[in-house]
Design a protein around this ligand. Sequence first.
Ligand SMILES: C[S@@+](CC[C@H](N)C(=O)[O-])C[C@H]1O[C@@H](n2cnc3c(N)ncnc32)[C@H](O)[C@@H]1O
Length: 235
Amino acid sequence: MEPIGIIESCFKDKFGTPRQPGLVKKSWARLRLRGDLQPEESLQGLEGFSHVWLIWLFHQNKVARFHSKVHPPRLGGQSMGLFATRTPHRPNPIGLSLVELVAVEKDGIVVAGADLVDGTPILDIKPYLPEVEAIPTARSGWPQDAKSIEIRVEFSAKAEALLQNWQNQHPDKALREIIVDTLKLDPRPVVYRGFEEETSPYRSEHAVRLFNGDVHFKFVSAHLVTVFDILFIHN
Ligand SMILES: C[S@@+](CC[C@H](N)C(=O)[O-])C[C@H]1O[C@@H](n2cnc3c(N)ncnc32)[C@H](O)[C@@H]1O
C-alpha cells in the first residue's frame, strides 16, 4: 500500500495530540492528495458528506513491538487486551479517525477534529455513512469511572496579548479554542499528575506545539491550568 498523501496538522508533536478525534473540535488539518490520484476527479462528490473516516499509519511509533495487554492511561493502571483499546502499538499500526469534513479543495481536503500528528501518512479516505454507521444503542466496554475531571484554562496577561497577536495573523484558525480544548484533556504524562501545589518540588511546566507556536502551560491545581507564554518558531 502507498499513502495517498501526507497530512498537515496543527498538532506538531505527539505530545498534545488528542487521544481521539472530536475531542478538540476545531483542530485543523489538511490533506493534499498525490497528483497521480487525480484529486479533482477522485474527490468528486465527497463535498456532500459532513464527516469522513481517515485510515492512516502510526508512522511515529518508535518501536515496531506490540503487547497483547496494554495499560490505557485513562484506566489508571488497569490493563486491557490490545484489541479492546485504541493503542497505537498494534500488529498492524493503522489508525482510524472519524473527522469533520470542512472543505474539499482542488487537490485535497481540510478536516476538523483530527487526532493525527503533523506528517502522518494517510492510506485512505472514506465517507461516513450515518444511516448505517451511527448506532445510538451502542455501548462502550470502558468503565464509567474513566471519565476525566473538568479542567479550566486561563491565560496570563502576557499569553493573552501574544494570543491576540497570533490570532490576528491567522484569522481563519480557532486558536483559543484549539489551545483550551487541548489543555482541558490534560496532555501531561501521568507521572506529573497530583503535584500541582506551589510548594511541590515536582510541579512541572510543559509546552505543546500548535501550528508555529509553543504554548507554555502549568497546572496550578488539578482543575486549573495557566497558559503563561507562547513562543513562536520561525522557519
Ligand atoms: C490513541 S491513538 C487513536 C488514533 C485513532 N483515532 C485510532 O483509534 O486508531 C491517538 C494518539 O496517537 C498518537 N499519534 C497521532 N498520530 C500519530 C502518528 N502519526 N504516529 C504515531 N502516533 C501518533 C497521538 O499521541 C494521539 O494522541
